[in-house]
Design a protein around this ligand. Structure first.
Ligand code: ADP
Ligand code: MG
Length: 703
């Protein structure tokens, strides 16, 4: 058992919080910093010097030796290059710890090895990192010692975004500006900004380290590429919310402690549906900080697992046949004077504002369903979305009974006089209903569900950054708000105009509402009839980024330029090809060096047995039968291996880009499936003692 600790004492211990800044900075400097933070301004170099010194002093007092600009390149994970605070020694050979304002606000990592999709030619290898003052600096305690991490945005020499944070920050500005126009229409003069809030629920698997290390597929690909199902899967549903095993409990305790020290509000923990699967949910925060914190959560999950002789698998589908992992992205909008735009509210005025916001979100999600789908795609998530498992690849919205009914009435008659929960009509405009809170109605199969005062976007993959989904959500809703405000700001009769607009949007976009079972085949057909896109894979989703409609949206709100979008497309194709390439090579390696030799050895044993049994004058038909069966599957596996080697070779000769990515998706993945099938069958036939790898049962049930 680890030591007891006080949560209040350790919470945010390793964060350079606003409170610590206030304490450590001269009053005037603190004021300037706070203003710059709130208004997104830059600091003067003199001020930055003072902040840097205070930050360094705090970090060094807490054992830090190095600092790093912590950034989020398009790899989906974070990057860091450590610089120590050590200064040039004096004549006596003494050194001091130094950190300047310039080093705080700007970095120049040699960035030539990060994916840029052609935005940064190799002769201009410099990339710039710039301090994101809205996300606090923190201390990371790792094997390398204590490192001061400064969250930064990462751009090219010419100012193009090379990371996930920059567009997110831009999208937050856009949604704030446009949402303010909406709340102003409803006489909220006190709000000065609208903040997108995010709470991402993180799913993960834990496996034993020794077993993990025996599986090259887990080591290289983060998922099993072979593996016959265990006799027991998740059918008993006894793991979900089940008692947490001691070893896992000890892990969760340490994980929470590390996260709390970093100011991450780890809140809920429980076992998930699949054996060895768990979940952690934080309390929601400003989108930007939530994204940073989710990266910290993923990193910390992996790091703490090492100390517990386990490995944390964040892959979307580590095991075939049981649930994979996702990340429910809870998203909402709130003004800085305390109004949640997605809360139906208590007054008629708030109700109408809510219905307008809802109508705008319906419009946004319907218009840009393809972009939302894209934002949740990564290589691993292809195994979940639209495959045998939830959620479907089709974007639809779940509203719950009350709201669905209101939308229906508004669309059909223009009047929604009653509401299901029996609320009385009290609205200023006599044709809009008074809503009651209705958070109980849940539909676990919907990819985008209204849950009381927020939407829950359930498509996101467990290993992916949540930056893209939230960038897209902010962008598409900003556009709908902007278009609504353009109309309403000019209206002569506001009450009438808002009513008409809500009706118009809801009528036009009602096809996006679906409250039924999202996993059913009927829904796939129904969605096709409604004309909703059904984008089946990551590579098919890539091009949604540069349609005319997408470019118009992103350029209008200065979130991406066209060339930034094109570069992202290239990076996505490249990432896909590289990932599948690693998976295919790992399979080839495992099959040719371990699986096939093991099975060959086993056939030899069987053959010896057959001969020995016959010599003893006994019938050897069972042994012969097994030998035949194994030999047949072995031949099948060998042929599939040769085929995979061939397509893999062809893929390697192709030029990087769309065509190659599609080839990996269609030809290479099919060949991988064809190899996996006979190998998994062999695993069921062959003596466990000769099988070279821990089985699914070993991995999932003996953690
Ligand atoms: P469930 O699994 O039932 O969806 P959880 O408690 O696991 O519920 O997760 C709900 C998540 O939604 C939490 O991370 C929570 O902080 C977040 N959340 C709640 N309110 C908001 C909000 N206004 N904006 C964004 N996220 C929110
Ligand atoms: Mg949830």
């Amino acid at each position: 058992m680890g030591e007891a600790f006080s949560v209040e004492e350790i919470f945010a211990k390793n964060v350079f919080t606003v409170g610590k800044m206030r304490h450590r900075l001269p009053k005037g400097v603190f004021k300037e910093v706070k203003k710059a933070m709130d208004e997104g301004k830059e600091l003067s170099l003199e001020t930055a010097d003072v902040v840097a010194k205070a930050m360094k002093d705090w970090a060094v007092e807490n054992g830090a030796t190095h600092y790093t600009h912590w950034f989020q390149p398009l790899t989906g994970i974070t990057a860091e290059k450590h610089d120590s605070f050590v200064a040039h020694p004096d004549e006596e050979g003494k050194t001091i710890m130094e950190f300047s304002g310039k080093e705080l606000i700007k970095g120049e990592p040699d960035a030539s090895s990060f994916p840029s999709g052609g935005l940064r030619s190799t002769f201009e290898a410099r990339g710039y990192t710039a301090w994101d003052m809205t996300s606090p600096a923190f201390l990371k305690e790792a094997g390398t010692g204590v490192i001061l991490c400064i969250p930064t945005a990462f751009c090219s020499y010419t100012g193009e975004a090379l990371d996930k944070k920059t567009p997110l920050l831009r999208s937050m500005e856009a949604i704030s500006e446009q949402a303010l126009r909406i709340v102003r229409l409803f006489k909220n003069e006190g709000a000065t900004k609208v903040v997108a809030s995010v709470g991402p629920e993180q799913e993960y698997f834990l496996v034993d380290k020794e077993k993990y290390l025996k599986r090259p597929d887990l080591v290289f690909a983060g998922r099993t590429l072979f593996g016959a199902p265990a006799p027991k899967g998740q059918e008993m549903e006894d793991h979900y919310f089940g008692v947490i095993r001691e070893r896992i409990g000890a892990y969760m305790k340490d994980l929470n402690k590390e996260l709390w020290k970093l100011g991450v509000t780890a809140k809920t923990q429980h076992n998930e549906v699949a054996p060895a699967q768990h979940e952690l949910a934080p309390i929601y925060e400003t989108a930007n900080i939530a994204v940073d914190h989710n990266q910290i959560v993923m990193e910390t999950m992996k790091r703490v697992a090492i100390y517990h002789d386990m490995r944390c698998l964040l892959h979307e589908k580590p095991f075939a046949g049981v649930n994979g992992s996702g990340k429910h992205n809870n998203w909402s909008l709130g003004t800085d004077n305390g109004i949640n735009l997605l809360d139906p509210g208590d007054t008629p005025n708030e109700n109408i504002q809510f219905l307008l916001v809802l109508a705008c979100i319906m419009k946004a999600v319907d218009t840009h369903a393809d972009l939302l789908r894209q934002s949740a795609s990564d290589v691993g998530n292809d195994h979940r979305l639209g495959a045998n498992e939830a959620p479907p690849a089709i974007i639809s919205m779940f509203l719950g009974e009350q709201l669905e009914d209101v939308v229906k009435q508004l669309v059909e008659t223009g009047i929604a006089e009653t509401c299901k929960e029996g609320g009385v009509l009290e609205t200023g405009v006599s044709t809009l209903p008074n809503l009651t809170k209705d958070a109980t109605d849940r539909n676990r199969t919907s990819p985008f569900a209204f849950t009381g005062n927020k939407f829950e976007f359930r498509m996101v993959g467990s290993a992916d950054s949540v930056a893209s989904p939230n960038t897209i959500l902010n962008a598409i809703v900003a556009e709908a708000f902007c278009e609504a405000a353009d109309v309403l700001e000019k209206a002569k009769d506001f009450d009438l105009a808002v009513h008409d607009l809500i009706k118009e949007y809801m009528t036009k976009h009602q096809r996006i509402i679906f409250n039924g079972n999202g996993y059913s085949d009927e829904w796939v057909e129904e969605a096709a009839r409604r004309g909703l896109p059904n984008i089946k894979s990551m590579v098919e989703a890539v091009e949604t980024l540069t349609t005319d409609k997408a470019v118009r949206l992103f350029e209008k709100f200065h979130i991406f330029t066209k060339s930034e979008l094109e570069s992202r497309e290239e990076v996505l194709y490249e990432t896909y090809a590289k990932t599948i390439n690693i998976e295919a090579l790992t399979m080839i390696d495992m099959a040719s060096k371990q699986i096939i030799p093991a099975v060959v050895g086993y056939t030899r044993t069987l053959a010896d047995t057959v001969i020995a049994v016959r010599e003893a004058g006994v019938d050897a038909s069972v042994q012969t039968e097994i030998l035949k069966e194994v030999s047949l599957k072995l031949a099948e596996a060998k042929a599939a291996l040769v085929k995979l080697q061939e397509v893999e070779k062809t893929a390697g000769t192709m030029q990087e880009g769309k065509e190659q990515a599609f080839f990996y998706k269609d030809a290479v993945r099919a060949a991988m499936d064809d190899l996996r099938r006979p190998v998994d069958e062999l695993e069921m036939l062959v003596d466990k003692k000769v099988w070279p790898y821990p089985t699914y049962a070993d991995l999932m049930f003996e953690v």
